[in-house]
Design a protein around this ligand. Sequence first.
Ligand SMILES: Cc1ncc(C[n+]2csc(CCOP(=O)(O)OP(=O)(O)O)c2C)c(N)n1
Length: 570
Amino acid sequence: MRGVDATLAGLKQAGIDAVFGIPGGPVIPLFDALSDDSDIRTFLTRHEQGAGHMAQGYAKVTGRAAVCTATSGPGATNLVTPIADAYMDSVPMVALTGQVGSNRVGTDAFQEADIVGITLPIVKHSYLIKKVEDLPGAIAEAVHIAESGRPGPVLVDVCVDVWAQDIEPYSGPYPPQIPGYNPPTTAGHPRQIAAAAKALAHAKRPVVYAGGGVIISGADGELIRLAETAELPVTTTLMGLGGFPASNPRWVGMPGMHGIAAATWAFQESDLVLAVGVRFDERVLSTVMHEWAPGAKIIHIDVDPAEISKNRSAHIGIAGEAKAALGALADAYNAQSERHDHAERVAWQAKIDKWKADHPYEIDTDTDGAIPPQRVVQKLYEITRGQAVVATDVGQHQMFAAQHYLFDRPRRWITSGGLGTMGFGLPSALGAQVALGREELIIDIAGDGSFEMTLQELSTAQMYDLPVKVVILNNGYLGMVRQWQELFWEGRYSGTSYEAFQPSFADIAKAYGMPGLTITDEADLEDGLRETLAHDGPALIDVRTHEMAKVFPMVPQGKGPDAIIVGHKG
Ligand SMILES: Cc1ncc(C[n+]2csc(CCOP(=O)(O)OP(=O)(O)O)c2C)c(N)n1
């Protein structure tokens, strides 16, 4: 068969059923073959960045890779941001790019860009295919590498002449055996598990620090079991929201720069941190990492051994798969004779609960009549009874969403954590809608600044009848940066105000053939949100919110966790 047919056969064997992208000369053969294929749905987007984020949204809600595709040169370079985003947040994705002819590689041919070289530091793996014999194996490996172990983006860059050449489809073992690539699939070393179980029993003030790895490995059930068995308070990071039910009384909340103060204080007083599927990111620990949890013994479980002791030394490191490791840890805990002191645990949880009760997330009240942005998220949560899938852009609105929309289940929260990519919201929401079907309510909580970066994908929403609801928290500013300027740059708002010009987002929505509403008065908020959410198709609501709202708590950049600003009064 032709190389391109072997490619589709390989993708299907690996379970790929969606491709997002835009064609150009070197991928015309791919699009041509896709048009005859009824097993793979092809989505033509309006920008390759949108295609990449759609693949990420698809992956976030399913755990499975999707494919984004682009032509050589500018098409491929437009994929760089989503590839970097997927790398930072461990999202499985295959980027399939076309390249100039194999005999022209390296000649500065028309639309030649060395995309393998450009993306080398931001891919889990990459291939440049100049010979058709290498293509079927590369496709099989690419999907497997993207999805297994610590997931990530894999690039397959295919020279245009290769598509048409004859080759046998992949017939090797599945998943393919890749020399030197053996990500952990087990719990990790039993002696380390036993040591961790013992440490948990002897701890007086333990806290769980759970991240995206819990969701990726499907370890939420095991985490609940362990937390109940050993009576552990649990925090879930921005990437881990939904990995432990927000309604569980042991849930402390989100830790970190804009997390709940109770989580920061719990870590500061803890004598043991059980970290699982996290990377001790500076947005959690603060930039002064050694000041975080200074008295705590650290247990660190991660499928990627390179993460263990990278940012903070682990006393007990467990290179294991989170689901297996947490299950084994719960079993080891039950099997050992050591037990925690129940009364001590109850007192510790009560102390954390009091911090939570005394210092909940603040709502901006001093708004001069303007709508507090937090209220919009709270209303959305109320109206949807917490059942929506929520995607966000990046900025204050992202943090308000993380703080006020609560998740009881994994894979309902789609956000750009590590890279912090403005413009991520709309396309990732569309990718999630493709994966889950049009019956699922998917809300993109967008910032006015971020939304303008990828809003052309409203066309994709219309073209494929993807009924995503866009809720813009419009403060007329690049709000998060404005907040930093207010707090740390003496209120010099340089380059952050859109006061001089902003388009009508409601009119933009109408131009894209969907309803658009503008809300300026809190009295109209609930009806406006209900009307938007009830529309049977994509719809947009532009909510004008308080321009000077700030996200609190905040641990200022460059300071340790003890410098936390809890709220407006300090
Ligand atoms: C692509 C990109 N450019 C710049 C930034 C830096 N940045 C972080 S938050 C932010 C402001 C975002 O503004 P908006 O989308 O309106 O959200 P808000 O903070 O106002 O809620 C900026 C510019 C970024 N994260 N991503």
